[in-house]
Design a protein around this ligand. Structure first.
Ligand SMILES: Nc1ncnc2c1ncn2[C@@H]1O[C@H](COP(=O)(O)OP(=O)(O)O)[C@@H](O)[C@H]1O
Ligand SMILES: [Mg+2]
Length: 250
């Protein structure tokens, strides 16, 4: 299997210490660990939002740490997707306009998409239908539920067809039913070939992933391999992850 992402000896002063991590194409992985252990920092480094003090981050074989600020922004826009808990949707735009925004931005770059606005709106509408929020196009972001807004965030993250999707606590603000729906969405998108990396505090969320990493004091201190999610194994996987977490003092 080929790697989509790999780190070599990642070091960030006082936060991350010699993190060596790799992710295969098509993989769905979770990162768990106590608050302050460095999970978000790891995501910022992997996505080029921040730079390490030492070590390398290889994305599709290229060391992104030596890219310029502009190159990293372009890479994020065109090859990566982001679903964060704080959501960063713009309050002055409706749901549809929030969703198409990254695609719109991509159009304005060199070698960006050449799609018309009508095409982008059609694609966004198709994504919204897929994730079950068709009909909410013209709502303001304050006029939909937390689960609906998070699904809109997933649509926005998907607009530029990312190779790798980063999610930081994507279900943190959601109730149990909405969390399950969001995870079904991630699993479905992963089956279509997109690699997914999720930071989560929820062992049920982690148990939907192929692999769970445990982060402690800026190091990856353990790993739990689960294989591809099957609904019939739901209960057993959750037990396996819970037991594994207990071993780590969770
Ligand atoms: N910009 C920053 N400057 C200095 N320290 C930071 C910064 N961001 C986070 N930290 C510290 O780094 C550690 C890891 O934070 P973070 O990656 O957010 O952890 P997690 O996501 O696991 O809760 C924490 O001790 C935090 O206080
Ligand atoms: Mg965090």
């Amino acid at each position: 299997m080929t790697e989509v992402m790999k780190t070599v000896g990642l070091y960030k002063e006082n936060i991350l210490f010699d993190v060596n991590f790799s992710m295969n194409k098509g993989e769905m992985a979770a990162v768990m660990g106590p608050s302050g252990s460095g999970k978000s920092t790891l995501l910022y480094l992997l996505s080029g939002m921040d730079k390490p003090d030492e070590g390398e981050v290889l994305f599709d074989g290229d060391n992104i740490c030596i890219y310029s600020e502009d190159m990293r922004a372009d890479m994020r826009l065109k090859k990566m997707g982001f679903v964060f808990q704080q959501m960063n949707m713009l309050p002055n735009l409706n749901i549809m306009d929030n969703i198409i925004l990254p695609a719109y931005q991509s159009r304005q770059t060199k070698r960006g998409s050449k799609k018309s606005e009508a095409q982008l709106r059609d694609e966004a509408a198709a994504l919204m239908k897929k994730v079950g929020i068709a009909g909410l196009e013209n709502r303001r972001i304050t006029e939909v539920s937390g689960g609906q807004l998070q699904r809109a965030c997933i649509c926005r993250a998907m607009m530029n067809h990312p190779k790798l999707l980063f999610a930081d606590e994507p279900t943190g603000a959601l109730n149990k039913a909405a969390s399950e729906e969001i995870m079904e969405e991630f699993v479905r998108l992963n089956r279509e070939g997109m690699s997914v990396l999720i930071v989560t505090h929820d062992s049920k969320v982690a148990s939907c992933c192929d692999r769970v990493l445990y982060m402690l004091d800026g190091k990856i201190s353990g790993e739990c391999a689960l294989g591809k999610y099957e609904i019939s194994q739901k209960h057993n996987r959750e037990i396996k992850v819970s037991n594994w977490l207990e071993k780590h003092g969770w």
